[in-house]
Ligand binder design. Structure first.
Ligand code: PPS
Length: 204
């Protein structure tokens, strides 16, 4: 379903689910072997809480995060198959992609640095895509109220553009003990992911 393009044009498509869907690497490989892949990753614990915040905003009747995160609350056994937690097992997902694509064809973007240093992170994306570095520091300003960077002037518009209301929303508050258990759970997975990535994302 990718649109046709002229020589010199780059076609882009974004579907977060691709990174974690088991059959996708093989299907993408069958479509194009020299495709460039970009993945935005953030601290998996914050990611899970953000995910849950999104789910509960649509289905308020679901059980609390603390209940869904554990298979057995007494033994503290984490339910790693619960989607918000399973998605954060980046090393497992990355492994499936690396069975089909060389590491150099996959570029990892830090979700945290995308907020703290958008121009730096986008500079690396432009290099990865073989583009001239057109987007730089001068294209962004930091909106303190939102806690997010905004574009000073998007193409074709004279007004600044900030991300929508749901970006940078307040997360559901989670029992700190549960957060600590999740940090302990993810630590070895994160370490394995840093090794595959060749970079330390600095998650706690
Ligand atoms: N450009 C950019 N830079 C940094 N962070 C970003 C960006 N776009 C989305 N986000 C954050 O990703 C979280 C999920 O947002 P999404 O737009 O993907 O989906 S949704 O809002 O949950 O439907 C959500 O995280 P939280 O706000 O922490 O819940 C978004 O704020």
């Amino acid at each position: 379903m990718m649109p046709k393009a002229l020589g010199g044009q780059i076609v882009m498509e974004k579907t977060p689910r691709y990174f974690v869907t088991v059959d996708t690497p093989a299907r993408v490989h069958a479509m194009s072997q020299d495709i460039k892949l970009i993945v935005v990753v953030r601290d998996p614990v914050t990611r899970a809480i953000s995910d849950y915040t999104q789910i509960i905003s649509k289905t308020p009747e679901i059980p609390p995060f603390e209940r869904l995160a554990f298979k057995n609350h007494t033994t503290g056994q984490i339910d790693s198959l619960w989607s918000p937690l399973w998605i954060g097992l980046y090393a497992q997902h990355m492994e499936r992609w690396l069975a089909w694509f060389p590491r150099a064809q996959i570029h990892l973007v830090s979700g945290e640095r995308l907020i703290s240093d958008p121009a730096g992170e986008l500079g690396k994306v432009q290099d990865f895509l073989g583009l001239q570095r057109i987007v730089t520091d001068k294209h962004f300003y930091f909106n303190k109220t939102k806690g997010f960077p905004c574009l000073k002037k998007p193409e074709g518009s004279s007004k600044p553009h900030c991300l929508g209301k749901t970006k940078g929303r307040t997360h559901v508050s989670i029992d700190p003990e549960v957060v600590q258990k999740l940090r302990d759970f993810y630590r070895p997975h994160n370490q394995r992911f840093y090794q595959m990535a060749g970079q330390d994302f600095g998650w706690q």
